[in-house]
Design a protein. Structure first.
Length: 319
C-alpha cells in the first residue's frame, strides 16, 4: 500500500467540526488548547455561529487547526502519508504534515493569510461558482468570451478597472470553479450554461480566491514569508499551482505567494499521486469533497475520509 493524504480547503467548514475529536483524543485537544491568535479558534469551530466561521479570517485558522490535530492523531496511530496535497488552504496543512511548517507557525501564517485575503476582497462584490459538466478548455474559453463581453460593454469597478471572471480551481473531470467580480462571474455563468454545463452552483467562500484580484494578498504574503523559516520536506508535497512536486529552482514561499492569486490544478495533483504509485488516499476534512474529486479523477484509488472520531477508528481497522 502507498498512502497519500489530501487536505480539505475553505468551503468545507461546518460548525461543530472537531468537537468529538477534542473530547476523544488528547493530541487533538493539545493542538486546540495551545493556539494563541486573536480569536478563540476552538469556540468558533465548535459553536460558530456559521456566519462567523464562514468569514475567511476565521475559516482559515479553524480549518488548519482541525487538520493539524487530525494529522497528529493519525501519526500516533502509525498512519502517515508518503505524499500529500491540499486544496488551496489545505496546502498549508500538507506542508505542516511534511514538516515544512511547524504547528504554531502554520496557524499563525494562515491567520495572516486569511486576514490578507479578506482585506483584498473588502468592499468588492465577488463570488465563486462551480461549473459542472464542462472540460478545462471549454471553461477557459468561456472565461475568455466573458472577458471580451466585459471589455465590449465597458464593465468596470469603482477604480475604473475591468471586472474579471477567471478559472480558479480545476478540481476533477467535470468540476471547475470560476471566481471574480459577481457581475463578471454571472456573465461567465450564462456563457457556461450555453456551452452545455450541466449545472452552475455557488461555492461557499467569501472572496475572489485564486484570481488576479488576490494580488494584494500575495504581496503581503511575500513580505511575511521573507521573515519565516521553512523546514525540510520529509515527504513530497504536490503544489496547487503546479499539480506536482516543486523543482529545486523555486521555493515554497514563492509557490504559496503564487497560489493565492493563481489557478489551482488539483485534478493534476491527484493524477500525479496515481503516477507515483499511490493506491490509497485519506482525505482529512471536514467534508468529503476531495474524496469525490479523487474518485472521479482516479477511480481505482481507494479513498477514505476522516472527519470524526468514528471515521478515525474505522480507518485504523481498515488499514
Amino acid at each position: 500500500m502507498k498512502l497519500g493524504f489530501l487536505y480539505a480547503g475553505q468551503g468545507s467548514q461546518a460548525v461543530g467540526m472537531g468537537k468529538d475529536l477534542y473530547d476523544a483524543y488528547p493530541e487533538f485537544r493539545a493542538v486546540m488548547d495551545d493556539i494563541s491568535i486573536d480569536f478563540d479558534v476552538k469556540d468558533v469551530c465548535f459553536n460558530g455561529p456559521a456566519e462567523v466561521l464562514n468569514e475567511t479570517k476565521y475559516t482559515q485558522p479553524c480549518m488548519v487547526a482541525f487538520a493539524v490535530g487530525v494529522t497528529k492523531i493519525l501519526k500516533n496511530k502509525g498512519i502517515t502519508p508518503e505524499v500529500a496535497a491540499g486544496l488551496s488552504l489545505g496546502e498549508y496543512s500538507a506542508l505542516n504534515a511534511a514538516g515544512v511548517l511547524d504547528d504554531k507557525q502554520v496557524i499563525e501564517l494562515v491567520a495572516f493569510r486569511g486576514n490578507a485575503m479578506q482585506e483584498a476582497a473588502a468592499g468588492r462584490d465577488c463570488k465563486m461558482i462551480a461549473v459542472l459538466g464542462l472540460d478545462k478548455d471549454t471553461v477557459i474559453k468561456g472565461c475568455e468570451t466573458a472577458k471580451a463581453k466585459i471589455e465590449a460593454d465597458g464593465l468596470k469597478d469603482s477604480e475604473g478597472k475591468l471586472l474579471i471572471a477567471e478559472p480558479a480551481n480545476f478540481n476533477c473531470p467535470g468540476q471547475i470553479t470560476v471566481s471574480g467580480d459577481s457581475a463578471a462571474v454571472d456573465i461567465a455563468a450564462e456563457i457556461m450554461k450555453e456551452a452545455g454545463a450541466k449545472r452552475v452552483l455557488p461555492v461557499k467562500v467569501s472572496g475572489p480566491f485564486h484570481t488576479s484580484l488576490m494580488k494584494p494578498a500575495g504581496d503581503k504574503l511575500r513580505e511575511r514569508f521573507s521573515t519565516e523559516k521553512f523546514g525540510e520536506m520529509s515527504f513530497p508535497v504536490l503544489f496547487n499551482t503546479l499539480g506536482k512536486e516543486k523543482s529545486d529552482d523555486i521555493t515554497v514561499a514563492e509557490l504559496l505567494e503564487r497560489q493565492v492569486q493563481s489557478s489551482v490544478y488539483f485534478e493534476d495533483s491527484i493524477r500525479r499521486m496515481a503516477e507515483m504509485g499511490v493506491d490509497t488516499i485519506v482525505e482529512i476534512g471536514p467534508g468529503k469533497a476531495l474524496s469525490k474529486f479523487a474518485a472521479k479523477t482516479c477511480p481505482d484509488i481507494k479513498v477514505y475520509n476522516v472527519e470524526t472520531a468514528a471515521d478515525i477508528e474505522k480507518l485504523c481497522e481498515e488499514l
